[in-house]
Ligand binder design. Structure first.
Ligand SMILES: [Zn+2]
Ligand SMILES: [Zn+2]
Ligand SMILES: [Zn+2]
Length: 295
């Protein structure tokens, strides 16, 4: 249950300095003295890592690793011995289902299985890679939603596949040259590229995404949209790419490339198998959002 700590857990951002001192004080008996000392020096006294490194005769990298380990130890204490304090500080969201390891591999690093968590009441599926999540300072949890389509589903891969199939139908099959219909009022909505209007309400979901990779629809009348997607996940929703994924479960995302195909702007995305050279690429027209090429 270590991962129960809020997604954007960051000591110096989440806590006022005196809250942090109190918490570290309470954690004193739970952390090794060196760890506690390091956390206090770094987060409370704001001693730069380089200075700490010089003090203890270690490299800056080694001190960084120790601070990170100390943070993990504290996080562990927060979800066990210090649980009630952590809840009180909003560092832990209580009554949330635990993260569990899924069978799906991370498509970013290809090295770890994704962790998943359902919120059936809100119809959300959350997926994240434990390593990529740590590396990016606790951002990179991807939230998926599917109107009522996730209510009765408990398995992660089928839930994800259901979402992908819905995306394929909505963004590619039913769309007409990049125009979709508002889910509420039926009005024609041209797909947009960039940060969606609701991005500022969910900074954690967007902080590690580049705006030019995001596709969304927005209805000004309903003040609502179906959600947002990326070129890569749009490619993943295509049946041939989903088949490639079934055949190569451990595949990674290829970097997105902007190209010209037949004098029109296009984006090339794809996935490559980790263990051999197999890959699949998809080109989309960035004007019409249509598939130009799969292979
Ligand atoms: Zn990863
Ligand atoms: Zn509408
Ligand atoms: Zn609406």
């Amino acid at each position: 249950a270590v991962e129960d700590v809020a997604d954007d857990f960051d000591l110096d951002i989440e806590l006022e300095r005196d809250e942090l001192i109190t918490l570290l004080d309470r954690a004193m008996d739970l952390l090794p003295p060196e760890t506690r000392g390091l956390l206090i020096q770094h987060y409370v006294e704001e001693t730069p890592q380089a200075e700490l490194a010089a003090q203890v005769g270690l490299s800056t990298g080694a001190v960084g690793v120790r601070i990170h380990r100390g943070k993990l130890a504290l996080r562990k204490a927060l979800v066990t011995d210090l649980y009630s304090e952590a809840v009180a500080h909003g560092l832990v969201t209580p009554a949330q289902a635990d993260w569990v390891e899924t069978r799906m591999w991370c498509m970013r690093c290809g090295k770890h299985r994704l962790q998943g968590r359902f919120n059936h009441a809100e119809n959300f599926l959350h997926l994240r890679c434990p390593a990529c999540y740590e590396r990016s300072n606790g951002v990179g949890t991807i939230t998926y939603t599917h109107n009522n389509g996730l209510r009765n589903i408990k398995a992660f891969k089928p839930a994800y596949a259901r979402i992908l199939n819905w995306c394929y139908a909505f963004y590619l099959e039913q769309a007409n040259a990049g125009v979709v219909s508002c889910q509420c009022c039926g009005r024609a909505l041209p797909l947009q590229v960039g940060l969606p209007p609701w991005a500022s309400n969910f900074p954690g979901d967007f902080s590690d995404m580049r705006a030019e990779t995001i596709i969304y629809d927005w209805c000004d009348q309903c003040k609502d949209g179906a959600g947002c997607n990326t070129w890569s996940s749009l490619a993943l929703s295509i049946p041939q790419v989903q088949q490639f994924w079934r055949d190569h479960p451990r595949m990674v995302k290829l970097p997105e490339r902007h190209v010209e195909i037949a004098n029109s702007p296009a984006v090339l995305v794809g996935y490559a198998n980790v263990t051999d050279s197999a890959k699949i690429e998809v080109a989309f027209s960035t004007n019409t959002f249509e598939i130009i090429y799969i292979g």
